[in-house]
Design a protein around this ligand. Structure first.
Ligand SMILES: Nc1ncnc2c1ncn2[C@@H]1O[C@H](COP(=O)(O)OP(=O)(O)OP(=O)(O)O)[C@@H](O)[C@H]1O
Length: 298
């Protein structure tokens, strides 16, 4: 379990992370989304021990990571721009990592090298951005980390590799109880990967939800009437957003279809359809309901 307790980190006048508290359960995948400059990368750097916080602490399994190399050694952090030296290849970095990481898994390394379409003997800095990320991920996963922290890992990956990355991460979480924290602007990818999502803005945690709870909770409903019923019909249903175009209503409704459909049917609509919302739509909606200016946050 990772516990982030009241972390604050300032760079001069900028407060990158502001009294941030969060718990990541063992064997779970947490997604962090939020605005540019919201503090995601800084938070990940603090969680992995790259930066020390000004205030607060990060505990892994109850142990403060500050000046604790053995706990830090259980984490592998892939930054948004992974660093490789001029001469690094996958093979020679693996040679180094074998002696550095006690849990290095040679079979896993060979298997990852065979499934990812990159040359293990090529210089990593000559590779494309997406290929460099793949190289970083192959090395990270071969160290068998208990905690994997990923910053914008999907950036630059093609759709086939994105799918492969998600599958490998999910397999590792279920097989090895690995805990993953991934910061990304790509809500669609996070939706398929994460158990929980948190939203960070101006260094603060604005929202944290289970993916299933989010998805079950809201529906996008389009309903059309020949005769528009009295506005009071909204009172019967938990409508949190309405957009009307003549006799057609586009509603965001909180609740299950079993709950609200019979009530809508009573109004004799000529057309009705309910579809689940994407994570992006839900976040935008929840943020709006909470009074935030969503256009400047997501
Ligand atoms: N090393 C640094 N020195 C000075 N300021 C920094 C440093 N690192 C981050 N910051 C500042 O801290 C704030 C948070 O930056 P951070 O990179 O953590 O945000 P982010 O959420 O990852 O942003 P993005 O989504 O754009 O990658 C920004 O205002 C940034 O300019």
């Amino acid at each position: 379990m990772i516990e982030v307790n009241h972390i604050t980190k300032k760079f001069g006048k900028v407060t990158a992370v502001d009294d941030f508290t969060l718990t990541v359960n063992r064997g779970s995948v947490l997604g962090i989304v939020g605005s540019n400059g919201g503090g995601k990368s800084t938070l990940l750097r603090i969680m992995s021990g790259v930066f020390d916080p000004d205030k607060g602490e990060v505990n892994i399994n109850g142990i403060n990571i500050l000046n604790n190399p053995s706990v830090k050694g259980e984490c592998f952090f892939i930054p948004d721009y992974p660093y490789f030296s001029n001469s690094s290849t996958l093979e020679n970095t693996a040679f180094l990592f074998r002696s550095l990481y006690p849990n290095w898994n040679e079979n896993a390394f060979k298997q990852f090298c065979s499934v990812f379409p990159i040359d293990p003997d090529a210089r990593i800095i000559d590779m494309s951005k997406g290929m460099q990320r793949q190289a970083a991920l192959i090395l990270a996963l071969s160290t068998c980390p208990r905690y994997l922290l990923l910053d914008e890992i999907f950036d630059g990956l093609d759709p086939v590799v994105r799918k492969l990355v998600k599958k490998i991460i999910i397999d590792n979480v279920s097989a090895n109880d690995m805990t993953v924290v991934v910061a990304s602007h790509n809500l669609r990818e996070l939706e398929e990967l994460c158990d929980r999502i948190c939203l960070m803005h101006k260094g603060k945690l604005l929202l944290e939800r289970e993916i299933d709870e989010i998805k079950l909770g809201l529906r996008k409903v389009q309903v059309a009437f020949t005769e528009v019923p009295d506005n009071s019909f909204f009172n019967e249903i938990n409508v949190i957003n309405t957009w009307r175009n003549g006799n057609i209503f586009n509603l965001t409704i909180k609740g299950t279809e079993e709950e609200f459909m019979p009530k809508l049917q009573e109004l004799n609509p000529i057309y009705i359809s309910a579809v689940p919302m994407t994570l992006e739509e839900i976040f935008i909606c929840e943020m709006g309901v909470a009074g935030y200016d969503t256009e400047n946050i997501l």
